[in-house]
Design a protein around this ligand. Structure first.
Ligand SMILES: C[S@@+](CC[C@H](N)C(=O)[O-])C[C@H]1O[C@@H](n2cnc3c(N)ncnc32)[C@H](O)[C@@H]1O
Length: 248
């Protein structure tokens, strides 16, 4: 495992251990657990959260991709970097009856927590898989919607992740992602720091580069919409964005 990937894995293993002991009604989330550099803020509806018995506190994301995805009963959805499983469980409810939600994560501690949350919620159409988002363990053209929440920025090879998302989508399939993007160039020293990489800052890329990667992978109509900006004086600026695209 590369140095960056190991820094990411160990940070989220540690956070999973803290989330395990979080009270059910906590709103802590990544702002308290992950430090101020994470672009959190999920905007989940209370009734949706109540339906799966989880609080927004388990979200380490930077938006709510399930809102973007317009999921329908019967669809198959895949969440890249599923963490504690919030977006997978919400998606599983939305694609029911007949649909299936998969979560993919590389961190054992997160997978254990996600499985625990699924069992507690009594959701039967959600499956959590171990693996890396740049090598998705699903067949070609097997998924209707790929979602992800604040994860693609953590990958060293974002183009490989986007190519994999495109490969597993069926023709007409949708990509609906919340992610951090670089709005003003970060200084070179910050770009190299492992802690800020794992904290969703240093691995961010500019919006134009994101769009170019989506187009190069074969996606159509890529849209990137920034919904919150975080300026770090002397370092640069990043923002939480919603990213949507379609496979032809
Ligand atoms: C910032 S957290 C987001 C978790 C979840 N999406 C959420 O919104 O709460 C990042 C998650 O992605 C996982 N992750 C990071 N890089 C990954 C990779 N290359 N392959 C698989 N999982 C990865 C981490 O283990 C962690 O659970």
């Amino acid at each position: 495992m590369s140095e960056i990937k190991e820094a990411v894995r160990s940070r989220y293993a540690n956070i999973a251990r803290q989330l395990e002991v979080l009270p059910a009604d906590s709103t802590a989330g990544c702002c308290q657990l992950d430090g101020p550099d994470c672009g959190c803020g999920g905007s989940y509806a209370r009734e949706d959260l109540q339906g799966i018995g989880l609080s927004e506190g388990v979200s380490l994301g930077c938006g709510n991709p399930t809102m973007l995805a317009e999921l329908k009963p019967g669809e198959v959805v895949l969440d890249l970097g599923s963490g504690a499983g919030l977006d997978v469980l919400l998606s599983a409810r939305r694609v029911s009856p007949g649909g299936q939600a998969y979560g993919l994560d590389m961190t054992d501690e997160m997978l254990a927590l996600a499985n625990h949350n699924r069992d507690k919620a009594g959701v039967s159409n959600a499956t959590f898989m171990k693996g890396s988002i740049d090598d998705i363990p699903l067949p070609d053209a097997s998924v209707d919607v790929v979602i992800s929440n604040c994860v693609i920025n953590l990958a060293e090879d974002k183009a490989a992740v986007i190519r994999e998302a495109h490969r597993v989508l069926r023709p007409g399939g949708r990509l609906a992602v919340a992610d951090m993007v670089e709005l003003e160039p970060l200084d070179a020293a910050t770009k190299k720091r492992l802690d800020t990489w794992a904290g969703c800052i240093s691995g961010t890329i500019p919006i134009d580069e994101y769009r170019a990667i989506l187009l190069a992978a074969g996606f159509e109509e890529p849209e990137v919409e920034v919904h919150a900006t975080q300026v770090v004086p002397g370092v640069g600026a990043v923002g939480s964005a919603y990213i949507r695209a379609r496979k032809a």
